[in-house]
Design a protein around this ligand. Structure first.
Ligand code: OVV
Length: 400
C-alpha cells in the first residue's frame, strides 16, 4: 500500500509541451502553482515545480537535483542522448566545476567591457538602418540579425554558414522536450546542421583572440583537453544565440505593447538595465529546465523518489504571487532581480552578462533615437519546447 504522501500527491493532466500550453502558458502556470509545491504530471510520469520557492530551492540543491542525467525530459541513464552531452550544462561536479571555471573567466566583467565597444557600435549601426526603414520585422531584421552578427564575431567563427546557427539552436532547445511534432520538425535537417556546428569548434578554424580561441588557451594552461575545449565552443554556439534572439524579441514586444513603459525608458535610460530584467521575468525566453533526483526527497510534504525527472517552471516562478506583487504587470521600474530565467546556483547562466550587453546596446540605441516603438501588425509566435518568443514581430519606429 502506498504511503499517505503518495496518496495525496497533487496531480495534473496538462501537457506543458502542447500547442495550447505553449501559446498561452500563463493560465496553466497558475493552475500548476495552485495545485501544490510539487505536482505529478500524469501524461509524462514526471514531477513539476512552478512556485518560486521550490524552483529556487531545487536549482540551489545540485546534489539532490542533478544535471548529468540531462536537463530535458529524456533521462540519459535510460536512453541515449541525441548528441554527446554538454560538459557544462549536462554535467555535475567535479567535471562541471572545472569547465565552468574556464567559461566564467572568459565571460568575466573585464572581458565584457572589451566586447562592449563593438557591441555598442554594431547596435547603433543596425538601429540607424532600421530607423530609416521605419517598418520592419523585429525578429528577422533585429532580434535575429543583431545576435547573429555580434556573438559569432566575438566567438571568432567564419561568416560562411552562419545560417546553421538558428536551426541548431532550435534542435537543442526543442530536444529538451518530448519527441513531439516540434522536436521532429527541428530535427529534419539535423545531420548537416550538426556537422557544420562541429566543424566550427576546432582550434584550427577559430579567430585568434576570440572567445572560442580563449577556450583553447585553457588547454595550453592544462585546464582542459583539446576535445573538451571543442565541446565548450559547442556550448557557446548552442546556448549563445537563440536565448538572446528570443530575449531581445520579447523585450521589443513588451516595450512596443506597453507604450507608457517605453516612455519611462526614453526619459530614464538608466532604467534600461532593470527593464531587461523585467522582460526576463515577465516573458521568459527560457521557460523551463529539468533536473533528475539523486535520492528520495521531501518537497512540502510530498515524497519524490530517486531517479525521477523534475520539470522546473522558471517562467511560472517568475509570476508566483507568493514572491511578486502584481506578478502579471509589466513594470520597468520593478526590482525584478530574483527572477529564475537565468537559473541560479552553480548552473546559473554563465553568459548572462553577454545577454545583458546585447539587449542594453540595442535598447540604448533605440531610446536615444526613437520616440515611439509600435506594433505595425499582428505578431506571430514561434513555438519551441523550451523557448518562448516570436516568429514575426512587425514593428514601426517613429523618430524623436
Ligand atoms: C544553457 C545551455 C543551453 C543549451 C545548450 C548548452 C547550454 C550547452 O552547453 O550545450
Amino acid at each position: 500500500m502506498s504511503n499517505q504522501a503518495t496518496l495525496s500527491r497533487p496531480v495534473s493532466k496538462v501537457d506543458p509541451f502542447s500547442h495550447a500550453f505553449l501559446h498561452d502558458p500563463y493560465p496553466y502556470h497558475e493552475a500548476l502553482r495552485e495545485a501544490g509545491p510539487v505536482v505529478w504530471l500524469e501524461q509524462y510520469g514526471i514531477w513539476t515545480m512552478a512556485r518560486h520557492e521550490q524552483v529556487r530551492d531545487a536549482l540551489t540543491d545540485f546534489q539532490t537535483y542533478c544535471s548529468s542525467a540531462g536537463v530535458g525530459l529524456s533521462d540519459f541513464r535510460k536512453e541515449p542522448p541525441w548528441r554527446p552531452p554538454s560538459i557544462i550544462l549536462e554535467a555535475d561536479p567535479p567535471l562541471h566545476t572545472r569547465t565552468r571555471a574556464v567559461l566564467t573567466r572568459i565571460l568575466s566583467p573585464a572581458a565584457i567591457r572589451v566586447l562592449r565597444v563593438t557591441f555598442d557600435r554594431e547596435a547603433e549601426r543596425l538601429i540607424d538602418r532600421l530607423v530609416e526603414k521605419r517598418e520592419f520585422d523585429g525578429v528577422a531584421e533585429l532580434a535575429e540579425a543583431y545576435p547573429l552578427k555580434v556573438f559569432p564575431d566575438a566567438v571568432g567563427i567564419s561568416e560562411e554558414g552562419r545560417e546553421n546557427l538558428l536551426p541548431y539552436g532550435s534542435m537543442v532547445f526543442n530536444s529538451f522536450g518530448p519527441r513531439n511534432e516540434l522536436f521532429n520538425q527541428a530535427m529534419e535537417n539535423a545531420g548537416p546542421v550538426r556537422d557544420w556546428i562541429m566543424s566550427k569548434c576546432s582550434r584550427a578554424v577559430l579567430a585568434p583572440g576570440g572567445l572560442g580561441m580563449q577556450i583553447f588557451d585553457a588547454v595550453d594552461a592544462g585546464e582542459l583537453s583539446e576535445a573538451e575545449a571543442g565541446m565548450l565552443v559547442r556550448s557557446f554556439l548552442s546556448a549563445g544565440i537563440d536565448t538572446t534572439v528570443y530575449g531581445l524579441g520579447n523585450a521589443l514586444y513588451c516595450l512596443a505593447s506597453h507604450p507608457e513603459q517605453w516612455k519611462i525608458l526614453r526619459e530614464n535610460p538608466n532604467l534600461i538595465r532593470g527593464a531587461f530584467e523585467e522582460v526576463l521575468r515577465y516573458e521568459a525566453p527560457v521557460q523551463t529546465f529539468f533536473r533528475t533526483t539523486t535520492r528520495p526527497i521531501d518537497v512540502g510534504g510530498v515524497r519524490l523518489g530517486e531517479g525521477e525527472k523534475v520539470l522546473l517552471f522558471l517562467a511560472a516562478a517568475n509570476r508566483d504571487p507568493r514572491r511578486w506583487e502584481r506578478p502579471d504587470t509589466f513594470d520597468v521600474r520593478r526590482r525584478a532581480a530574483g527572477h529564475m530565467t537565468f537559473g541560479t546556483g552553480i548552473h546559473g547562466c554563465v553568459g548572462q552578462a553577454v545577454a545583458r550587453l546585447e539587449t542594453e546596446a540595442i535598447l540604448t540605441a533605440l531610446a536615444s533615437r526613437v520616440a515611439s516603438l509600435e506594433l505595425a501588425g499582428e505578431p506571430k509566435r514561434r513555438l519551441n519546447n523550451t523557448l518562448r518568443g516570436f516568429d514575426i514581430l512587425p514593428l514601426r519606429l517613429v523618430t524623436a
